[in-house]
Every structure is written in C-alpha cells, then in structure tokens.
Design a protein around this ligand. Structure first.
Ligand code: ATP
Ligand code: MG
Length: 620
C-alpha cells in the first residue's frame, strides 16, 4: 500500500548546505546576507605563546578553521631540513641569508630534539580565518579585519589574503569539509601536537586534568595541572617515585606536592630523616613528632593493630605473601611476629636464623604473659596493654638462666643484644609504650636526631614508622592518605630485603585504601642491587607518577634504562638544573619546570633563591 508521508522542509538547514546566493569574488565571498574575505596563516614564529589559538580565534565576527593532520613520519623530513638549512647557511652569500638559514636550522633542530625527547606527536597544521560583516554594514568589515589581523600579529603569525583562492578556501573551511590540495600546499606547516594543544587555554598534551592542581610548566611554559587521584587508562595508582641527585629539587617538589594534596583534603604522613619538613608541617597546622624518643612520638615496636583486611583475590603474587601486609588466614599476632622479625634483624643484622627463631618463641611467650594470644581482638587493647622492650629483656634473662638449655649461648647473645634496646644507648627510641596519638592531617616524623647513630638503628626506625603509617593508611579505606618516604634508600638493607619488600607491597596495595606512597631517593643504583632488585625496581617503576631530576654517572645510566629515556631526555637530566625535571605520567614523559611562587617557599621553609633558581645549574 502506498504511504502518504508529509516531508517537513528545514529551510535553515537547506540554506546551510546549499546557501542561496553564494558568490565568489576575487578577494571575498558572499553568502546570502554575509560578506567576508578569507585569509590563510602562512608563517609562524619559532615559538608560539601559551594559549595562542584561543587568542587568534576569539574575534567574534570571524570564523576560524584549524585543521591538524597528525603524521609522525614527518620527523624524518624535519630532521633532513636541519641538514638542508645548515648547507644553506654554509653557502650563504649575504650575512642576512646566513643568519636566516642558521636560525632556521637551530629552530628545526630544537623542534626535532623536543619532539624526540618528549615522545611527542607531530603533524601539519593549516589555519584559515574569515572576518565577516553583513552586506548592509560593509564598512564594519575593516574594523573586524583589523582586529583579526592584530590578533595574528600579536602572536607573530603572518596572514595572507587568499586572493583568487576564495572558493577553494571557503570549501576547505566549510563544515562539510572538502580536501583542497591547493590550499594545503600553500598553508600546511609542520607543528608538534603539544604546540597545537597548548594553543588552547588550560590545555596541554594530556597533562591537564579536570581536577588538577598546578604542577609546573611544560617545555612550552604551558600550564601543567595534575590530579594524582585520577584513574583511567594507565593511571592506576597514586604513587610517586622522585629521583635525582642531591640538591636538584626533590624535597622542594615534595613540599609543593604536600601543599597541593593538603588543599584537597588528603592526610599527609611524612617520614623525615633530614628534619626538613617541620616548617611546612607547622604551617599547615600539622604535628611534628620527634621520632627519636620525643614526647608523644614513641611507637612501641611491640604494639600492633588489627591487620587491614583484603580479599583473598587481591593477594595474588608471591611478593605480597612474602610481605604479609594483610590479614589472610592468620591473625594479627602472627602477622606482627613477622614484622618484628624484620624489625629486629634490621636493628641487629648479626642475629642468626636460629636466634631469630628463638626470639620468636620468646615473643609468643611474652605476649601470652600479657594475655595476648593468636585470637585476641587487639582493637580492644590500649597501648599500655602491650609489653615493652624491657619486658622482653627480662624474659630473655630468665631463659638464659637455664644452664641446661641447649640454646643457652644463643639466649646469652640475645640478652646482650637486647640490653642495648631495653636499657642501654638505644632504649630512648623504643623502650616504652606507644605515645603517638595524633589524628592530625599532617604528621611529620622527624628522625633527624638519628643522624649520628648507626644506619641499622635508622633503618629499623624507618621500618617501624612505616609500619605505623601503613596502619594509618589502611584503617579507613575511604580516607585519602599520602605517605612521604624521603631518603627512602634508608629502607634498603641488602641483608634484610624484607623491609623493602614491605614498602613495595604497601605501595602496590595502597590504592585499594585510597592511599599513595611517595618514594624519594638520590640513588637509583641502590634500589637495583641484586639482593633487592625485585622489590627495588618495582618500587621505582610501579608508581604512575615519576619525577626525575638531574643526575649523573651510574645513576643516570640506570635511570635512563629503567624509564626508557631518549638521548635528549638523558641530556636534560645530565644538565642537573635545579627544579627542572621530567614528569612521567603513565607512558607520557614531559619536561617540567617546577616554577613555584614565592609564597610557597615561605611555607616550605626553603631558602628563597633570588633571581629564581629554576633552571639554574646545581653547583658542584
Ligand atoms: N623548584 C625550585 N625552585 C627554586 N628553587 C629550588 C627548587 N627546587 C629546589 N630549589 C633550591 O634548591 C635547594 C635544594 O633543593 P632540595 O632540598 O629540594 O634538593 P633535594 O633534591 O631534596 O636534595 P637532597 O637529596 O640533598 O635532599 C632548595 O633549598 C632551594 O633553594
Ligand atoms: Mg631532599
């Protein structure tokens, strides 16, 4: 049966597709009541400013079309042009010719280096613009023309009126876009994608997140704003690895990060072996705890909390099991005995396996004496319910009294070891009940006073505090917590790799608890020693955010290998400029100037360097 359907005509649409009265003159186009001239951008400056596209396209009485054709194969051609310009300079007959060719060669070379070093995409751009006016108001066109031209001049872009090519230019601009080879030949120019993207305000190539905070400036001096809690694609965690030689700006960057995160409500825990985070902690209303036995700052290694619960499915790989961060089938006490084993071995690396096993038995007995068994619900216990080091020493002494014991000599040795921790020189740090009771949003554990004690004590206390922090990070899965481990190489003890395994496993798992770990160190090499490589490498590699500052020697070689750096990126790190580094987010790498405002330095307690330090070479 024949259907009678009424067709509704949309005259506006018809006019758009087939405009009535579309005529082309030599220098202009008329579309119905509208008249205008089309211009093409044919020359660009060697450097464009941030937001340049927004600037040239903001004239409301003009239509601008920007077409970008990505084509990574152009890099070869660009590289060839460096050679061509150099040859041209060598054969130049006039000073002007020479200077132009040299400048062009330098510029092309700089672009090749930048594109290569940042793994950037490259392509060709073509820009057409059409200032408009109505036919009744033709004199207005001059004002619009002027305004458009001055926007281009401001950005050092040269415009050319497409005389005799108005028709092709109009077709190239039209929404039903038709490829116009003649226009392409005249206007297409090579440009890195970041320059195009950076032309829009608040945009750069993938380093501006919706909820991002000021991070730094990219190589174009464009804004970088990152949200470390953003998920999606290859951004699966909120961990950081911050690497670079001493004095290049790691701690300064971390302080900047602390401020950013504090502002967005993240709780910050800092382990501060250099005693340099006190100022920022105080400025942010946080608490500085002297973690060398200071008042209200003791963490009794013998105290433990309920272990964080995690699904069995989440614990898949062997390293996780090795690190034992979770309550699996075993209870909190069993888990804590493993933590203690690592702690005591860090403290006394000369403990033999047999002594370590004996110590474990004595610890179980000690806990039993305090009414703590495998099944005790530790959430109900107070700090004073736990034994302290002198209780352990007493029990060990008792054991050593038994002359018939086959382990007599080992007990004697243990008594000797534990006299120091319970009564002697090291008792000030650990012998006593826990006194840390801070719900502050910023807590800084200052271990600076351990500077002059043995690295074993430092390492053991670092581990002790990290386990305390891990508990804080996991107790409320919805609370965002960032743990700062500056000078993290202190956690490396090749004889006790478990300490590093702990940190690695914590950093792998913390995303489940909306937490992140920042690991900062001068030394990459230390993390890659054979004994700890499996954990060390993952700790540097796993974080979605890496910030690399200048370095040299073996550290530079290892950094380059680990992060797959290109030659220009290696050269950038080799320069060791203060506050200049490479930000790696997932697979993207970008040169970053950590150009921070003065007020931030006041907050940080970092001496302000007059004239601005960013980019200045680190003095030897
Ligand atoms: N982004 C920056 N802008 C300006 N100055 C900076 C910047 N970063 C670092 N500095 C200057 O360099 C000094 C050393 O920086 P910082 O303490 O951050 O280095 P570091 O890499 O942590 O060194 P170390 O490994 O010895 O701890 C700072 O005190 C500060 O004066
Ligand atoms: Mg530092």
């Amino acid at each position: 049966m024949k259907q009678n359907r009424k067709v509704i005509e949309d005259n506006t649409l018809i006019n758009l597709i087939t405009p009535v009265g579309l005529t082309f003159q030599k220098d202009s186009v008329t579309v119905g009541e509208i008249k205008g001239s089309i211009y093409g951008a044919y020359k660009y400056p060697q450097k464009v400013g941030y937001g340049w596209i927004a600037d040239i396209a903001s004239e409301k009485n003009a239509i601008t079309t920007i077409t970008y054709y990505p084509d990574d194969s152009l890099l070869e051609g660009l590289s060839d042009s460096v050679k061509k310009y150099k040859e041209k300079a060598a054969n130049a007959k006039t000073a002007l010719e020479y200077s132009r060719a040299t400048r062009a060669a330098e510029c092309a070379n700089e672009m090749v280096t930048k594109i290569d070093s940042n793994n950037e995409s490259i392509g060709q751009i073509s820009i057409l613009t059409m200032p408009l006016c109505t036919k009744e108001n033709e004199e207005a066109i001059q004002a619009v023309d002027r305004s458009v031209k001055s926007a281009y001049m401001r950005n050092f872009i040269k415009l050319h009126k497409m005389s005799r090519e108005q028709e092709q230019a109009y077709k190239a601009m039209s929404p039903y876009y038709a490829n116009q080879p003649q226009i392409d030949t005249m206007l297409k120019r090579i440009m890195p994608l970041s320059t195009v993207v950076g032309g829009f305000p608040f945009a750069s190539s993938g380093f501006v997140d919706d909820n991002g905070y000021y991070w730094g400036l990219n190589s174009e001096k464009g804004l970088m704003a990152l949200d470390a809690w953003c998920r999606g694609g290859d951004r699966t965690n909120s961990n950081f690895a911050v690497l670079g030689k001493s004095g290049t700006g790691k701690s300064t960057f971390i302080k900047h990060l602390i401020e950013i995160e504090y502002m967005r409500g993240t709780r910050i825990l800092i382990i501060d072996p250099e005693g340099e985070y006190a100022k920022i902690t105080t400025m942010l209303g946080g608490q500085v705890l002297n973690a060398t036995g200071g008042k209200g700052a003791r963490s009794n290694p013998l105290e433990f909390k309920a272990a964080p619960k995690l699904n069995k499915d989440d614990i898949k790989d062997d390293d996780d099991k090795k690190a034992d961060l979770y309550k699996d089938s075993i209870g909190a006490l069993a888990l804590h005995l493993k933590t203690l084993e690592v702690f005591y071995r860090l403290y006394k690396p000369s403990l033999t396996d047999a002594q370590s096993d004996l110590l474990k038995q004595v610890l179980i007995e000690l806990y039993l004496k305090f009414g703590i068994t495998w099944n005790t619900d530790v959430t109900k216990l107070k700090s004073t319910d736990y034994p302290i080091q002198s209780d352990l020493l007493e029990l060990l002494k008792e054991k050593a009294k038994d002359k018939a014991s086959p382990y007599k000599s080992d007990y004697d040795q243990l008594v000797l070891y534990f006299t120091d921790i319970a009564q002697g020189g090291d008792s000030f740090i650990w012998n006593g009940h826990s006194t840390i009771n801070s719900n502050s949003n910023v807590i800084c554990f200052d271990t600076n006073e351990l500077q002059n004690v043995s690295p074993n004590i430092k390492g053991a206390q670092y581990y002790n505090l990290t386990t305390w922090c891990w508990n804080e990070m996991t107790k409320n899965p919805n609370e965002r917590v960032l743990l700062i481990c500056d000078e993290a190489h202190l956690m490396i003890d090749k004889r006790v790799p478990e300490a590093l395994y702990f940190l690695k496993s914590a950093s792998k798992r913390c995303r489940k608890f909306t937490s992140g770990i920042v690991v900062a160190s001068q030394s990459v090499v230390d993390f890659l020693a054979d004994e700890i490589k499996a954990a060390g490498q993952a700790l540097l590699d796993q974080p979605c955010y890496k910030v690399l500052f200048g370095t040299d020697g073996q550290n530079l070689t290892e950094t380059a290998n680990l992060f797959n750096l290109t030659n220009p990126q290696i050269e950038l790190l080799e320069k060791q400029e203060i506050g200049v580094g490479i930000t790696i987010v997932g697979k993207n790498k970008m040169k970053t100037y950590f150009d921070l405002p003065d007020y931030k330095f006041e907050f940080m307690g970092v001496p302000k360097v007059t004239g601005g330090a960013v980019g200045r070479k680190k003095s030897a």
